[in-house]
Structures are given as C-alpha cells and as structure tokens.
Design a protein around this ligand. Structure first.
Ligand SMILES: *Cc1c(COP(=O)(O)O)cnc(C)c1O
Length: 372
C-alpha cells in the first residue's frame, strides 16, 4: 500500500515539473522586451479595459447578462449559426462540443497535431470516453481523401465514428489556412457518412482576414464552430462556440457540469465585443509582421523557415549549428521570449508586437548564429 502510494506521489511530482517551457517569469532572467511566445500573451489595451469597466452586467448563468447575450448574438451572426454560448476558454469549447456530439466509445477524427489530441490534458478520453484517430497530412491538415480512407462501415466491432474536427488555422501545422474547397469537401463526406463536423476556430478570424473569406462562409456546413478571444483578438478570457439552438442548449448543460457557468461575465464579454469591433482587421498587421520575420530569418544562413500564412512563424536553426533549445535560451537572455513547439521554434506575432521588434529579433538571431 505504502509502495503504491509513493509511486503515485512520485508520478505526480514528475508531472508537476512538466510545466510550459521556458518559465515565463524566471526571476533571474532579464525582463522580456519582445514577447513572441504566443498570441495569448496580449494584454488588454487601455481602451479595452475602459470598455470592460463600462460593461452592463448581470448573472450570466441564468441568461441575464446583457453584454454576454450581445456577444453571443454577435458571434452566432458572424459564424452564420442559430445560437452561441460564451465559454471560459477555447479548450472548454472543444471539450463541450465533443461531449455533445459523441457518446462513450465513439471515435473522433482529427489531425495528429490537433489541440484536441495534444493539448487538452486528455479531456476527451477522461471526460467523454472517446478515442481520437490521428490523421496525417502536411501542414497540420489532412486531405478529404485521407479523411475518406479513414472511414469504415458501421460494424459491431469498430468504434462508431461520430465527429470530424479541423483546426482553422492549423496551429502546429504553421498557422496554415484550410482551403474553403477542402473544408466543403470534408463537410460533404461527413454528411454522407453521418458524422458531425466540428471546427476548432481558435484562429479562424486570422484565416478570414488573410483570405478575405467571411467567417460565416468558412464555417458554413460545420455543425459546431468557435472562435477564441484570448489569442490574437487580445481579450483576457473567453471563447464563443456556435451551432444550432439545440446543440447550444446541450453545450450549456456541459458548461454547467464542467463548472464553466459564470456570473457577471459581461466584464469579460465587453472585452470580446471590443475586440470584434477593433481588433479583427488589424490581424493583417500581425500577418505582415510574421512575413517580415520569416523573410529576415530566411536570409540568415542555416535557418530553415516555414513560409507563414498567418501570424505563426515556425523555424529551425539546426542548419546554423545551434539547436532550437539553445537559440530559445540565447534569445531569452537578450529579452526575447519564444518557445520550442513540436521540434521547431514558434514565433507568434500579435497586437503587442511591433515591426521594430521584428527587426530587432532578426538582428539578434543573426548575432546568435554568428557567435555559435
Ligand atoms: C489555443 C488553442 C485552443 C485552446 O484555447 P484556450 O482558449 O487556450 O483554451 C484550441 N485550439 C487551438 C488550435 C488553439 O490554438
């Protein structure tokens, strides 16, 4: 008994040290001047904070917060769906969605690099008893053909395939944009085979701004779709998931079960509404900065850069004789924060990153490569 207990404790403490690296607030490290770690690092602007302070609020859990209700109407309209619900996080949007779409033992199909597989703490297995089939394909995307080939007939001995999920944009794929035609094909195949369709739209609006395609068109035919407000849109908290009225009713029940129902959440919803009004078109600036960063880095001998389509720049300095980890650490010593993600360095542009910071980062990388 004692043995088992101590093994479990050991495993717990091993887990405890597996935190996000690098530690965002290392007291010994120099202050962070340039924060390329993630678009979650944006701080609410003074104007956004003012909008939050002025927000009319009520009790969100009983549907009585007017600012939350307005936000949900706005997002339902934006995504061309009947209804929407405000959630504390994008992760909860994904988890609640699969909990509604699937039953225990069901199979979800998603790309092998998807957030639902790699970054949600095993929620879909732990809470729903679902298995996720990892589809392969370049740049975080699978082709409609790969999806079709992964489908099997409904038999007694195979898991019921219930939902297909895509990320628009594909995060680990390099912030790549799913083509509208591929999205439509996947919807079509899913319909024929009786699968529900789920769009993880954490950065959907980045894809929309980059392509000029409206969000409601990108999400057309998808049973559930959501956008994150705490990424490039610059709000402190929240995601909004949309779908049919019946679907959203069921999401509400899971939101309550998961402890995600809130009270005077209008304070946060006001930041999201502010972001919809002021922070969407400007995502184009982040994309331009990402392209500038990629261009500058690719001119440094030995640095391999994936051409960005949106605000994420993945690169590897291996060819310059320095590991990604060492590059991240050297940049951190110079006040630049970014991180390794699945074997490459990810730099993320957002509303707190200026063109000047991009130029400076390129210069620092050049210097570190020269000294290596
Ligand atoms: C960030 C992210 C999520 C989760 O959103 P949170 O608001 O951080 O919980 C889900 N999917 C993708 C693709 C993301 O980038």
């Amino acid at each position: 008994m004692m043995m088992i207990e101590s093994i479990q404790l050991k495993r717990l403490s091993e887990n405890a040290v597996m935190t996000y690296t690098p530690a965002p607030r290392d007291p010994k490290a120099p202050p962070i001047r340039i924060n390329l770690l993630s678009d979650t690092q944006t701080r609410p602007t003074p104007a956004m904070r003012e909008a939050m302070a002025r927000a009319e609020v009520g009790d969100e859990q009983i549907g009585d917060d007017p600012t939350v209700n307005l936000l949900c109407e706005r997002v339902a309209d934006l995504l061309g769906k009947e209804a929407a619900v405000f959630m504390p996080s994008g992760t909860m949007c994904n988890v609640a969605a699969t909990l509604v779409h699937c039953r225990p033992g069901d199979e979800i199909l998603a790309h092998e690099s998807a957030h639902v597989i790699a970054r949600e703490g095993g929620a879909h297995a732990a809470l729903g008893g679902f298995q996720i089939t990892a589809l392969t394909g370049a740049d975080g995307q699978f082709t409609p053909e790969t999806f079709r080939k992964a489908l099997h007939p409904r038999t007694r001995y195979q898991a019921p395939q219930t939902v297909v999920s895509v990320e628009q944009t594909a995060n680990i794929g390099g912030g790549t944009i799913w083509k509208k035609a591929a999205l439509d094909d996947i919807v079509q195949i899913a319909r024929v085979n009786n699968l529900a369709t789920h769009m993880d739209g954490a950065r959907l609006l980045n894809a929309c701004v980059a392509t000029g395609i409206a969000a409601r068109d990108m999400a057309a035919g998808w049973d559930s779709a959501w956008i994150d407000f705490s990424k490039g849109l610059g709000a402190p908290i929240g995601g909004v998931i949309a779908g049919t009225r019946d679907f959203i009713d069921e999401v509400w029940r899971w939101k309550q079960r998961l402890g995600g129902s809130m009270r005077q959440a209008g304070i946060c919803a006001a930041a999201c509404i502010y972001a919809l009004d002021h922070h969407v078109a400007r995502l184009a600036d982040d994309h331009a900065n990402a392209r500038a960063l990629a261009r500058g880095l690719s001119q440094i001998e030995g640095i391999a850069v994936q051409q960005p389509e949106t605000n994420l720049v993945f690169f590897s300095p291996d060819g310059a004789g320095i590991s990604g980890d060492d590059m991240v650490e050297a940049l951190r010593k110079r006040g630049v924060l970014l991180a390794m993600m699945d074997g490459r360095i990810r730099a993320c542009t957002h509303l707190d990153v200026t063109y000047g910071m991009i130029e400076e980062t390129i210069g620092l990388v050049r210097e570190i490569v020269r000294d290596a």
